[in-house]
Design a protein around this ligand. Structure first.
Ligand code: ZN
Ligand code: ZN
Length: 70
């Protein structure tokens, strides 16, 4: 398994796109597991801080709305 950036041996896999990254290119980002509406109708999200990110793909910071399907 090689890093997508430099070809070195990878140590982790991006949580979002599955690309492999080495220690030089590993990045982190907060990963949102799920969003729910808590008491008082305030949306809350369950997150993992410092999840592995490849630095290449573009995770959305928040869940995007899905258009209703007819
Ligand atoms: Zn690398
Ligand atoms: Zn990625």
């Amino acid at each position: 398994m090689k890093c997508v950036h430099c070809g070195k041996e990878a140590v982790a896999i991006c949580r979002w796109c599955g690309r492999a990254v080495c220690t030089d290119h590993i990045k982190s980002m907060t990963y949102i597991i799920s969003v729910y509406v808590g008491g008082k109708k305030v949306p809350k999200s369950l997150v993992v801080a410092d999840a592995v990110w490849c630095g290449t793909c573009k995770p959305q910071p928040e869940p995007i709305e899905m258009p209703y399907l007819d």
